[in-house]
Design a protein around this ligand. Structure first.
Ligand code: TMP
Ligand code: ASP
Length: 246
């Protein structure tokens, strides 16, 4: 696979063209930002770990019928994916109150939601990624009502699969963010990464935060959290906590 020109450089990833018009390479970086880029830093080994974590999770989701852009992991930090046009929505699924949900609605962190909640945010850093209603999405012509329904259905399916995936590894899936893209024929595929940068993951027995909140909130042991998630992702499912410790 020949690496072509750099198409886009984001805060945590670089996207390159390839010699195939319908395929891209995504390189994961160690750089981390939070609060729309106001906080910046580097998390050692994050690129390697997030690429590996994303690859395992995408394979799992694909094996369970979720259409994704993932094709292969081609090096430590690089994934080969199908080229899609990204829908500029961040689709967030929440199982437990945390983060902006608590700030907006005054709930205490850690309270379980009665049902999983799907929220849409406008992917626009200049505007601070604002929360959108479905009417806003129609008004801004970001997706059709049918596409919004499809995004919700897929997001909830991914939630069910990932809740099981993580719980078999001693992790509570608090919330996560997904992005979707469209192929030239209009097929909607799950795209972007799924990693501790884009999920809140709490240790099921200790409640320890094992995700980017350690960086956002200056909790320390940031690299260790990413390393622990990679270890659990690559450990056999349903291993008991005692076995996992070996
Ligand atoms: P929030 O509580 O800050 O809205 O975040 C919800 C989830 O989305 C959380 O798992 C972190 C993830 N997320 C991203 O992946 N990218 C972002 O830019 C933001 C704000 C959150
Ligand atoms: N990735 C986002 C940013 O830089 C926010 C976050 O993950 O908290 O700004």
């Amino acid at each position: 696979m020949q690496r072509g020109e750099k198409l886009y450089e984001g805060k945590a990833k670089v996207v390159y063209a390839t010699d195939q018009p319908d395929q891209l390479l995504i390189e994961f970086k160690d750089e981390a930002t939070a609060f729309d880029g106001k906080k910046r830093g580097t998390i050692a080994q994050k690129g390697v770990r997030n690429a590996a974590i994303t690859a395992v999770i995408y394979r799992y989701l694909q094996d369970h019928g979720i259409p994704t852009h993932f094709l292969a992991q081609v090096s430590d930090t690089v994934l080969l994916v199908r080229k899609v046009k990204i829908i500029p929505l961040e689709v967030v699924v929440r199982n437990i109150a945390a983060g902006s949900f608590c700030r907006r609605l005054g709930w205490p962190e850690g309270q379980t939601l009665f049902n999983p909640l799907v929220e849409f945010f406008y992917k626009d850093d200049r505007l601070g990624d604002p929360l959108l209603t479905e009417d806003h999405i129609q008004l801004l012509r970001l997706a059709t009502p049918e596409q919004v329904e499809r995004l919700k259905t897929l997001a909830l399916q991914v939630n069910q699969l990932l809740q099981r995936f993580w719980s078999e590894r001693g992790i509570v899936l608090v919330d996560f963010k997904l992005e979707f893209g469209q192929t030239p024929t209009g097929e909607i595929l799950l795209a972007d990464e799924i990693s501790p940068d884009t999920c809140r993951l709490w240790d099921a027995s200790t409640g320890d935060k094992l995700d980017k909140d350690r960086f956002r909130q200056d909790l320390g042991r940031v690299e260790e959290a990413y390393a622990e998630i990679l270890r659990r992702v690559t450990s056999s499912p349903a291993a008991t906590p005692a076995e996992r410790g070996k």
